[in-house]
Write a protein that binds this ligand. Structure first.
Ligand SMILES: Cc1cc2nc3c(=O)[nH]c(=O)nc-3n(C[C@H](O)[C@H](O)[C@H](O)COP(=O)(O)O)c2cc1C
Length: 217
């Protein structure tokens, strides 16, 4: 593949939030996930678990749970401060209800012997406390699963499917975990509704590379 073809694929992907009623082939989704698992990840621990949800009732239950949490938030006195755009978004937090499928992504903790040793030592050693804090900001668990999700979105796009990476629904994390039976010790981190796109959104601008890059010569 030429770099120009790769660039076209990467630039052509958009977050898709509206889908055709056409169902998505299960094998296609499994193939996309299999390819996404080739993403780089901390210690090759592959601490991710994917739920391919094709059942309309389950999708509706998840959407109901997310909307119920959004409604609760909207009912709080503080919600009046968030502005019209956000209020409108809150009211349709369940927009993904119409997606023919959802890939929910869960992750288990990254197991590092270093962290285990540091966990005890940091109680008494300020330098170790600092090192632990720095390590926790560069959260390997989340970076690993994000790496797979980024691959997944690109693969789905290449397959002609439209998806959106969503962490907003995590305000109903516990409710969704119950619905899909996420095992003890795993945490849901994202929902990715997937289907054939019913929209063709304009590209969202990116900052120029010079504004986001420091070259140290
Ligand atoms: C970590 C993460 C969380 C996101 N959460 C949401 C979300 O909850 N709801 C939503 O509609 N889009 C969500 N998005 C999609 C972003 O809004 C979108 O990627 C961004 O605006 C750029 O647009 P593009 O993907 O079309 O290039 C999320 C993206 C990322 C990477």
């Amino acid at each position: 593949m030429k770099t120009s073809e790769m660039a076209e694929l990467i630039r052509g992907r958009r977050s898709i939030r509206s889908w055709l009623k056409k169902p998505v082939n299960e094998d296609m989704l499994l193939q996309a996930i299999e390819l996404a698992t080739w993403a780089p990840n901390g210690g090759n621990q592959q601490n991710w678990l994917f739920y391919v949800i094709l059942n309309k009732n389950v999708i509706n239950s998840i959407a109901d749970a997310v909307q119920a949490r959004a409604n609760y938030f909207a009912s709080l006195p503080e919600a009046s401060q968030i502005g019209e755009n956000l209020t409108r978004m809150l009211k349709r937090s369940d927009f993904f209800r119409n997606a023919p499928s959802i890939i929910a992504v869960a992750t288990s903790p990254y197991k590092s012997p270093l962290d285990q040793i540091l966990a005890d030592r940091k109680k008494t050693d300020p330098k170790v406390q600092e090192m632990s804090r720095w390590r926790s900001v560069a959260n390997t668990r989340i970076q690993s699963v994000s790496s797979a999700i980024a691959y997944l979105l690109l693969i789905l796009h290449q397959m002609g499917l439209g998806a959106v990476w969503m962490t907003g629904p995590m305000q109903a994390k516990g409710d969704i975990e119950k619905i899909v039976n996420v095992p003890e010790g795993m945490d849901l981190v994202a929902l990715i509704p997937v289907g054939y796109p019913a929209e063709n959104p304009a590209p969202r601008e990116r900052k120029p590379v010079k504004d986001v890059t420091h070259v140290i010569r």
